[in-house]
Design a protein around this ligand. Structure first.
Ligand code: ADP
Length: 445
């Protein structure tokens, strides 16, 4: 194709051709007379017109299906017109290809995003949404595309937020759809009143945040009570109202010691929990002989009971558990101490290690106060207590079973709780087969 030459070229080419025709007519005049000259002029101009019409027809035909590959070959100035058309349509086609590729890439990226993305037009109708957003809002792009989003997400807070027209801060939206879903929604306006909704699922984060707030509140509350007692007694002792050596003073000091021991126990339990939480598995694992461990726990129970309970210890199937001895001892110890603490004087506490199929089970059974069924699922939550004052009276921190649960999770073991109010409780730690090696000979013996 020829290179473009501009409007000047078109005029010049046309002038030269018209001039050449006129010149031929002038030459014909003296040779063949005016009639022939006129004939030559008319024929020349007709030829020129025909060529223009043929090219125009080619252009009109091409316009029906314009494509760079079918641009016709032109003659004369039309060659210039067609070559320009060819170049421009090719440029437009390339640009279109590039834009399509960008759009495809953008959609693929938005599709792969871990957050929801919804494109809304100026009427807040859904133009496009990625699969995550379809899930979050329970919409189906194929069916719901083109619908106003407020028809599908009818939450009044959300509708008001969209209408607000000022979206500096994200909206935190709670949707109760089976399980609670908490979404953080950002609106990014763009183009002409179009909007991009960016939707992040913050349910887990919100739960953690609530747990963190509750935990800080609980710890503060747990520390506040003993500290209030301590500072009250310190004040009376300091201003001399009660002399430290007097019987009243000695009683105050004993109470102060109790309270500081309680705080110490709480801090110790908190540190244990924090160590358990900061590492994913037991610090160091090894074979733990269950027989001696359960025997030692029986002795601890007797010391704790001070002769007020009947303590029974049975190792039915001697075995080795693979785990961390200190952690297991602390978990089992918590169950044993709970059994003693929640069993009135004269009751019985039984510690049994036994075999259930391929699993190894450590059970602590008591004839104590028992637990109402509704509390059982929540017992391993930090600071969850059925009877707050009884727990405190007996030196509980409310963290014992939370520690037990953590230790057991690290050992892939589970906690089973059965209880009947007024009759007693059974706490069983169940170790999977791969954590236990039974001793057939010792069992037989
Ligand atoms: P605490 O330090 O209060 O004992 P735990 O986490 O060890 O905390 O136990 C949580 C709650 O579970 C206790 O406050 C108590 O209400 C209940 N509980 C635990 N073990 C027993 C048991 N053997 N008998 C009755 N209630 C129990």
């Amino acid at each position: 194709m020829a290179r473009p030459k501009g409007v000047g070229f078109v005029w010049m080419r046309s002038a030269i051709l018209a001039g050449a025709t006129a010149f031929a007519a002038l030459v014909a005049w003296p040779l063949a007379g005016p009639a022939w000259a006129l004939g030559v002029l008319a024929a020349g101009l007709a030829l020129l017109l025909l060529r223009h019409l043929a090219n125009l027809a080619a252009l009109v035909r091409w316009l029906d299906h314009p494509s760079p590959s079918t641009v016709p070959e032109g003659s004369g100035v039309w060659d210039y017109v067609f070559s320009t058309l060819y170049r421009e349509t090719r440029k437009a086609r390339e640009q279109q290809h590039r834009l399509t590729a960008v759009l495809v890439r953008f959609r693929a990226a938005a599709r792969a995003m871990p957050d929801g993305v919804v494109i809304l037009n100026e009427e807040n109708q859904i133009e496009w949404a990625n699969p995550i957003a379809e899930q979050q809002f329970a919409i189906d792009l194929e069916k719901d595309g083109g619908q106003p989003i407020s028809n599908l997400v009818r939450n009044p807070e959300f509708v008001a937020f969209l209408a607000r027209g000022e979206w500096g801060e994200p909206l935190t939206l709670r949707l109760a759809r089976g399980e609670e879903l908490v979404l953080s929604i950002r609106v990014v306006p763009y183009g002409q009143d179009e909007k991009l909704l960016l939707v992040r699922d913050v349910t887990r984060w919100e739960k953690l945040e609530t747990m963190r707030r509750d935990f800080v509140a609980n710890v503060s509350h747990e520390l506040k009570t003993p500290l209030t007692v301590l500072s009250g007694f310190l004040e009376t002792l300091a201003d001399g109202t009660v002399p430290a050596g007097s019987p009243q003073g000695r009683r105050a000091l004993a109470l102060m010691r109790d309270q500081s021991e309680r705080m110490l126990r709480l801090i110790e339990d908190l540190l244990t929990l924090s160590t358990l939480e900061s590492t994913s598995g037991p610090a160091s694992e090894g074979p733990v002989e269950v027989g001696p461990l359960v025997g030692a726990l029986g002795e601890e129970a007797r010391a704790l009971s001070g002769g007020r309970h009947d303590i029974q210890v049975r190792v039915e199937s001697p075995a080795i558990v693979v785990g961390n001895e200190a952690e297991l001892r602390s978990a089992f110890g918590n169950l044993v101490s709970n059994a003693v603490r929640y069993t009135p004087e004269g009751g019985r506490v039984t510690l049994v290690w036994w075999r259930r199929g391929a699993e190894g089970v450590f059970t602590v059974e008591d004839t104590g106060i028992g637990i109402e069924a509704e509390h059982i699922p929540r017992l391993t939550e930090r600071f969850y207590r059925v009877d707050r004052s009884r727990s405190r009276e007996t030196g509980g921190t409310g963290l014992g079973l939370a520690i037990v649960k953590h230790v057991l999770t690290r050992h892939q073991a589970t906690l089973e709780i059965e209880s009947e109010p007024g009759r007693g409780s059974r706490f069983s730690v169940v170790f999977p087969a791969r954590r236990v090696r039974f001793r057939p000979s010792a069992a037989a013996a």
